[in-house]
Design a protein around this ligand. Structure first.
Ligand SMILES: Nc1ncnc2c1ncn2[C@@H]1O[C@H](COP(=O)(O)OP(=O)(O)O)[C@@H](O)[C@H]1O
Ligand SMILES: N[C@@H](CC(=O)OP(=O)(O)O)C(=O)O
Length: 444
């Protein structure tokens, strides 16, 4: 038994679905059963999100989303499989139209309604994929309701494992060889739809692997595995063959392959192995085990659109609680702190936050009586990841490269397998390129 996740990036057109069928057929030769976790068709989650933000256009957007599904369906499915999916998608679209009208009239969307709207992307794509497989005579069945139970934290819901185990075990009772379930979405104990956060289908696949004790989870996407850097900006990036669990956690936290940051958590203390592979080009990355004697430097990831917020004062030196008060202001204004630093002289506290949060945070910090000044600066975080960074002689290679730059702060990640360098925005790109060359030299 295995789990196969089909990404949204590879669900665009007829050609994609022909390749998806070939891939699934290949895997079915060697397994008795497969669970397929699907994302929404390419671009659909973004469209639905846009509808919640531009409510006057919501009905128009929903109409476009419906057409997209039906047009694709008519090209890739036929006979009773087409008819069944057509009927079911149309029913979902009716429901979605009603919500679109109401948000247009009320001009308001709560987090709960937003998740409800987003849930349609995956619920519809489950039906499309099932129709395609059935049309190709693959014995499959759609299970369009979420197999995951979560809390009520809409937009970033947390999985309740015990309840999800009961719910997802129902998948195994199904008789078909292939069962297709929606990724990304969950439901609460009172049957309200939730979402796990953007890119959450990868996480759905791995959490199902853990809950149902299925060893092999394959994430199929448009790039041939996790690469040494984002191939869109680094044309010489290559596929990383193996990542230890801690390396994979560090890379996904920093945005590589737009993986959900919790994707690899279910691998901790479980038998699950994850393989990330391409639909179009051969190549894959396996995520398994820990560093052992691995001395590779595997990849880089860049976080941009960040601000360094520096709070300065001689009044905070040696005063217990100053840092806590600064953090508290961030907490109370709902600002996520991406990185923190303070020199031993204790004269400044530096926080890295998303650019859109910096003004809000600066204003709050200026209200603290002990803070004399608050300044902000555009920065980027360049992250390098690899088990080799634990070794002095290898870390030295990275340090040699960064000595050419004005580094604003350095921090280390999980088990020292990553290092984050904060630099001025204008230096980020060049530093990333230079560090990528070091990665290519040390990758294995
Ligand atoms: N280090 C990386 N390795 C591979 N892909 C990356 C990396 N960093 C960013 N990406 C981007 O992630 C994209 C794939 O993620 P995503 O669009 O979420 O796929 P899917 O929809 O199949 O889950 C690729 O198009 C690639 O440009
Ligand atoms: N459709 C959701 C969930 C997801 O995981 O998508 P993808 O597999 O395309 O990254 C999103 O766009 O966030």
């Amino acid at each position: 038994m295995l789990i196969i996740k089909i990404g949204g990036s590879i669900q665009k057109d007829e050609k994609d679905f022909n390749l998806i069928i070939q891939k699934i057929e290949k895997y079915l030769e060697n397994t008795d059963k497969a669970i397929i976790v699907t994302s929404a068709l390419k671009g659909v989650t973004n469209q639905l999100l846009y509808a919640t933000e531009n409510r006057e256009k919501a009905v128009e957007i929903v109409s476009d989303v419906y057409d997209k599904h039906i047009k694709l369906l008519s090209k890739i499915a036929e006979g009773p499989s087409f008819e069944f999916a057509f009927r079911e998608i149309s029913k979902l679209a009716d429901e979605l139209f009603k919500i679109a009208w109401s948000i247009r009239v009320l001009d308001e969307v709560t987090p709960r309604v937003k998740d409800y709207i987003l849930s349609f992307g995956e619920r519809m794509s489950t039906l499309v994929l099932n129709a395609v497989l059935n049309s190709s005579r693959i014995n499959s069945e759609a299970y369009p309701e979420p197999p995951i139970i979560t809390d009520e934290n809409f937009g970033d819901a947390k999985v309740i494992e015990k309840l999800s185990l009961q719910e997802s075990s129902k998948i195994l009772e199904k008789k078909s060889k292939v069962i297709i379930v929606p990724g990304f979405i969950g439901k609460t104990q009172t049957n309200k739809y939730t979402t796990l956060g953007r890119g959450g289908s990868d996480y759905t696949a791995t959490i199902l692997g853990k809950l149902l004790d299925i060893k092999e989870v394959r994430l199929i996407t448009e790039v041939p595995g996790i690469m040494t850097a984002d191939p869109r900006n680094f044309p010489n990036a290559t596929t990383i063959k193996r990542l230890s669990l801690e390396e994979a956690i560090e890379l996904s936290q920093m945005g590589a392959k737009r993986l959900h940051p919790r994707t690899f958590e279910p691998l901790l203390n479980s038998n699950v192995n994850v393989i990330i592979e391409g639909l179009y080009d051969p190549g894959y990355t396996i995520v398994r085990g820990d560093c052992d004697n691995d001395k590779g430097i595997k990849g880089i990831a860049v976080l941009d659109n960040l601000k360094l917020v520096t709070a300065e004062s001689t009044d905070i030196v040696g005063k217990i609680g100053s840092a806590a008060r600064v953090m508290n202001e961030a907490k109370n204004s709902g600002v996520n702190i991406i990185s923190i630093s303070q020199p031993a002289s204790e004269t400044t506290i530096q926080l890295i936050v998303n650019s859109q949060d910096s003004e809000k945070l600066s204003e709050r910090l200026m209200t603290l009586p002990e803070i004399e000044s608050v300044t902000t600066e555009d920065v980027e975080a360049v992250n390098v990841v690899g088990c080799g960074l634990k070794y002095k002689e290898i870390f030295k290679e990275v340090m040699k490269e960064i000595s050419n730059y004005e580094i604003l702060s350095i921090s280390r990640g999980l088990n020292n397998v990553s290092a984050t360098f904060i630099v001025k925005k204008e230096e980020g790109d060049k530093l990333a390129k230079d560090l990528h060359e070091v990665v290519l030299k040390w990758t294995n």
